[in-house]
Design a protein around this ligand. Structure first.
Ligand code: TXA
Ligand code: MG
Length: 313
């Protein structure tokens, strides 16, 4: 198939919404990374996502809503959901909530689970598309499964050209790393670190919460260890670089590219995936990355780097 490329005009958004309504796949910009969207109520459409990405079918998808009100139709609400959604939506937070009885979100998108992952994205293009469609879209990151997440239209095209109906160009993603995932099925647990830090979540809820470690695969089936992988091998915590390594610096450890010369973790987060893409495209089979402090947003960066460096399975 030929992948159409849209801009963000009203006309283009209308065409993209039509493709979704007809069961097609559209890559859309969000404030975190580009998502590969399909009508979340349509099993056939959702199946195309798994196919285009080569994604293991046990890995459930996030349903993106135009608003929290839209989510009320599909999930059981709670006090914690209310607090977090008021503080952080629209924005880079995903909540795992119990599915309502008779919830019409595709079982395939939920990978058969009785829970649903919900996010209300802030990006104006994603908002416009969801409002136009009037229904949720299931959307994982718009990359072949296990590869680096896309933060520009060109990354999407590089990975999925000819496998999806369209991509909407909304410019580079502002945040550049995926949403923080919080499970509210029981006591709140952070399943995936992201743009929203543990401290922010704790201060909104008014109590301490736990963060799932890497071995806890039960509640987050998608947290596969090897993920976000570049083609090159990856060496972490490099204080110096070898001759044959393409290097990604941070702060004073310069490198061929530098995540943030001023050691600013927000800037480093926004640059992470696009710099890994860029280094991976250069000649050579090894990438080395400078140490990233493991606090605040550094926790999410190190989570992604550790997965990217894990042996590929
Ligand atoms: O920022 C983001 O979250 C991006 C943009 C496109 O919104 N999306 C994204 O989706 O990162 P994806 O598919 O790459 O990651 C979704 C994660 C997976 O680890 C999956 O296992 C988990 O969410 N997940 C989805 N539904 C779940 C559920 N019911 N219970 C537990 N984990 C779930
Ligand atoms: Mg992903």
């Amino acid at each position: 198939m030929k992948t159409q490329q849209f801009g963000s005009s009203v006309h283009d958004i209308q065409q993209a919404a039509r493709i979704l309504a007809d069961g097609g796949l559209v890559a859309m910009p969000t404030e975190t990374v580009y998502g590969l969207a399909a009508d979340a109520l349509n099993d056939q459409a959702v199946a195309k996502i798994y196919d285009a990405k080569g994604r293991p079918s046990f890995n459930p998808l996030i349903s993106h809503m135009a608003s929290a009100e839209m989510a009320f139709n599909y999930v059981e609400w709670s006090e914690a959901a209310e607090k977090l959604s008021i503080a952080l939506w629209p924005g880079p937070m995903t909540l795992i909530l119990p599915a309502k009885q008779g919830c019409s979100i595709s079982k395939l998108a939920r990978a058969g689970l009785d829970s649903v992952a919900i996010r209300v994205p802030a990006h104006p293009v994603a908002q416009a598309l969801l409002s136009k469609l009037g229904r949720p879209v299931a959307a994982p990151s718009a990359n072949p499964s296990g590869r680096i997440s896309p933060t520009t239209k060109d990354h999407v095209i590089a990975g999925l050209d000819g496998r999806i109906d369209a991509v909407i160009d909304g410019g580079p993603c502002e945040m550049g790393i995926e949403s923080t995932i919080i499970s509210l099925l029981d006591d709140p647990v952070i399943l995936r670190p992201g743009n929203i830090t543990t401290n922010e979540v704790q201060s909104i809820l008014g109590h301490d919460i736990t963060m799932l470690n890497d071995t806890g695969t039960i509640t987050a089936p998608g947290q596969l260890t090897s993920h976000y992988a570049p083609n090159a091998s990856l060496r972490l915590n490099a204080n110096t670089f070898m001759q044959d390594e393409k290097s990604l610096g941070f702060g004073e450890i310069r490198g061929d590219l530098n995540l943030s010369l001023t050691a600013n973790l927000r800037e480093a987060t926004a640059n992470l995936f696009s710099m890994l893409h860029e280094l991976d495209a250069r000649e050579g089979s090894k990438i080395a990355v400078a140490p990233i402090p493991n606090h605040g947003l550094g926790v999410a960066i190190n989570d992604r780097l550790t997965r990217a460096a894990a042996p590929k399975n």
